[in-house]
Design a protein around this ligand. Structure first.
Ligand code: SF4
Length: 336
């Protein structure tokens, strides 16, 4: 049976104006996300990875309309998200929740956990008032905390526990999609694993769909069904987890994966070091944005933007944006 698309993002652009001069006019734009298209199927975890500044968190914020997108379409659960008025969008947030990186910053320090959880239920009016506290206790237990902690303040919890409160808050309105924006990045490795396992269990129990934004490929490997790799505001590769980790196709993805340490010290792994730094998103390179750092770049790469396309030699759904992938894979093109 075909999977149901829960979210479809088409040609999304997010440009931020740069003001300058005496009159404070717009003199340029930061092209944080530039023509990005992807879909999320119901019940899956789709991760977005890339270095800092690649546009992954901006993509998440645009879907939530925390920043209004510059252009593009966002279809969610069969409806046009960008056509909603501000008040309708507020109601829609019941279905579209977010878990941020820093739970301490995203939880009101003057509210108890009971207030934090029941406030979300009250705003969305999902549960009758007299049942909200009972539901808050159930949620706390669902995320591995206990009823005795319900009247505590955020500062009385550890980082991992605070993130569990953040997860309980997201669950309190029965969402369809949860955007996890670097949700475990601030946690110790052992706590990270616990929170990732919790998210996976909750996904099974509540049939949740996740858009998981992270820079750490080890984390992404643990939780994802499919993975998008972004570079400088563009998607360079998208594939299911196994296909991406076993057979990365895009030169940028290969370099990212080559940097992951292997548990086996005997295993030989060649680290691909890229030349130079990531260029500025204010004035990104023409053609393929990766051409200034790519060891295979040709003149064509400098002028023509490569399409994100299906690769005939790979599993269906494995797409990448590179003019020369077939030749690189067969060895007909060598790095310079
Ligand atoms: Fe490298 Fe050219 Fe492919 Fe871009 S299109 S990744 S520059 S070979």
């Amino acid at each position: 049976m075909a999977q149901k698309e829960l979210l479809k993002v088409t040609n999304l652009k997010q440009y931020f104006p740069i003001k300058g001069g005496f009159l404070g006019r717009t003199v340029n734009h930061v092209k944080a996300v530039d023509d990005v298209t992807f879909e999320i199927f119901e019940g899956e975890t789709l991760s977005v990875v890339g270095e800092s500044g690649c546009g992954k968190s901006t993509t998440g914020r645009a879907i939530l309309r925390l920043d209004e997108p510059t252009a593009g379409e966002i279809e969610f659960d069969g409806g046009d998200l960008l056509a909603l008025s501000k008040s309708d969008m507020r109601k829609k947030r019941k279905d579209l929740q977010v878990i941020f990186q820093d739970p301490y910053a995203s939880l009101n320090p003057r509210q108890t956990v009971a207030q934090i959880l029941t406030e979300a239920m009250a705003i969305q009016n999902v549960i009758p008032k007299k049942e909200r506290r009972k539901r808050a206790i159930e949620l706390l237990e669902t995320v591995g905390l206990n009823a005795g902690q319900i009247d505590r303040y955020p500062h009385e919890f550890s980082g991992g526990q605070r993130q569990r409160v953040g997860i309980a808050r997201a669950l309190s309105v029965n969402p369809k999609l949860i955007i996890c924006d670097e949700a475990v990045s601030a946690l110790d490795v052992s706590v990270q694993a616990q929170v990732l396992n919790l998210l996976k269990n909750l996904q099974r129990e509540f049939k949740l769909t996740f858009l998981f934004i992270a820079h750490d490929l080890g984390v992404v490997r643990h939780i994802s069904d499919r993975i998008i790799v972004m570079y400088l505001g563009k998607i360079v590769e998208i594939a299911d987890k196994k296909s991406l980790f076993d057979n990365p196709q895009h030169p940028y993805t290969k370099s990212l994966l080559s940097a992951i340490p292997t548990p086996d010290p005997e295993a030989k792994k060649e680290r691909i070091i890229l030349k130079g730094d990531v260029p500025s998103p204010i004035d990104p390179p023409t053609g393929c944005r990766f051409h200034t750092r790519c060891p295979f770049a040709t003149d064509l790469c400098k002028t023509e933007v490569p399409d994100l396309r299906n690769l005939d030699h790979m599993k269906e759904g494995h797409r990448a944006a590179c003019h020369h992938i077939e030749k690189i894979v067969t060895g007909d093109m060598q790095p310079t």
